[in-house]
Design a protein around this ligand. Structure first.
Ligand SMILES: *[C@@H]1O[C@H](CO)[C@@H](O)[C@H](O)[C@H]1NC(C)=O
Ligand SMILES: *[C@@H]1O[C@H](CO)[C@@H](O)[C@H](O)[C@H]1NC(C)=O
Length: 308
């Protein structure tokens, strides 16, 4: 790209950014998240990037945001579209029966939800990375993967890219799943209500590990997971009128598309498609669209359409 056109684009970006000042957010964890339960010994790092959270002093050795069995955080605001990024280090060792969740959700019966959930396991046995999407209260769209790395040894980047035409789940930059907008074919898409970001760690030993056969070993508690560098590059949602607050009469969706220069209309690149194929060929363990027994042959309609 020539220098001139680069300059031109930079200018357009700043113009739109000014116009959108009220609704675009790019916030640190300290500005955007708060603890909803179990907040003993919580501590925010000076730069506001990391929140440390522990049950006892001995667990407070690093600048991580610890969540303990039965604790949760959520964002202060609701968002509509954008990129939600979180680095997570899962419970190490014997994590059987625990579930660490990181998801976007709206409220009410017809709620929308976009999920990452991590199902723990006995020491040395693999976690399951569970994904799902609810639209207008309807879920049952699970896809599950084994991690290709040890998710408890280090922090990894789990990103949800929520755009008007599709949702993409990424792990360390590799796309693992896509949910396309087929609203014009009668399948609801999450684009009419804001969602908050939530993260929690809880006891789910009635179903999480080997279908509930492996129970939590409470002698191992407290269980700790770390969260850091949460980034929501999103639009703040203040109810249905926020659709219009980014510009005169402009729909948030249009503004989003302008800001992203039509990126969101784009499919994944060939390179990204290759990456996703590698993950799905080698690490995918469950795909609802292949579960004909469960749906008794009446597969959800999106299963008949191009998925990514
Ligand atoms: C995390 O992954 C997303 C999606 O690929 C990427 O945009 C972002 O830059 C990554 N963040 C870091 C800190 O590497
Ligand atoms: C736990 O390990 C068992 C045995 O390797 C495996 O079948 C299962 O998928 C693993 N993950 C969970 C969450 O159950």
């Amino acid at each position: 790209m020539g220098k001139l056109s680069a300059l031109f684009i930079v200018n357009i970006i700043s113009l739109i950014a000014i116009a959108c000042g009220q609704c675009f957010v790019d916030e640190k964890i300290s500005q955007s998240m708060y603890i909803t339960w179990g907040d003993q010994h919580s501590y925010m790092s000076a730069d506001g990037e990391e929140l440390q959270y522990g049950l006892d002093k001995s667990s407070v050795e690093n600048l991580y945001f610890y969540i303990l069995a039965g604790s949760a955080v959520q964002s202060k605001y609701e968002y509509l579209f954008g990129t939600i990024e979180m680095q997570i280090k899962l419970v190490p060792g014997d994590s059987a029966g625990t579930v660490t969740a990181y998801y976007l959700s709206s409220t009410g019966v017809y709620h929308d939800e976009i999920d990452f959930e991590f199902l723990g396991n006995r020491t040395g046995q693999p976690y399951i990375i569970h994904t799902n999407v609810y639209t207008q209260g309807k879920g049952s769209r699970e896809e599950q993967f084994y991690p290709w790395f040890d998710p408890s040894a280090d922090f990894h980047n789990y990103t949800i890219q929520w755009e008007p035409n599709k949702i993409v789940w990424y792990i360390d930059g590799l796309p693992i799943r896509v949910f396309r907008n087929y609203e014009n074919r009668g399948i609801p898409f999450p684009n009419k209500q804001g969602m908050k970001v939530y993260s929690s760690l809880w006891n789910a030993d009635n179903w999480a590990t080997r279908g509930g056969r492996e129970k939590i070993d409470w002698n191992r508690s407290p269980f700790k997971a770390g969260l850091r560098r949460f980034r929501a590059r999103t639009y703040k949602w203040n109810g249905p009128t926020s659709k219009y607050q980014c510009g005169p009469g402009d729909l948030l969706e249009n503004v989003f598309n302008k800001l992203n220069f039509g990126q969101s209309k784009k499919d994944l690149s060939n390179n990204q498609m290759g990456q996703m194929k590698w993950v799905r060929d080698n690490y995918m363990i469950y795909d609802y669209c292949k579960d004909t027994m469960r749906f008794k042959g009446q597969m959800p309609s999106e299963c008949y359409m191009q998925q990514y």
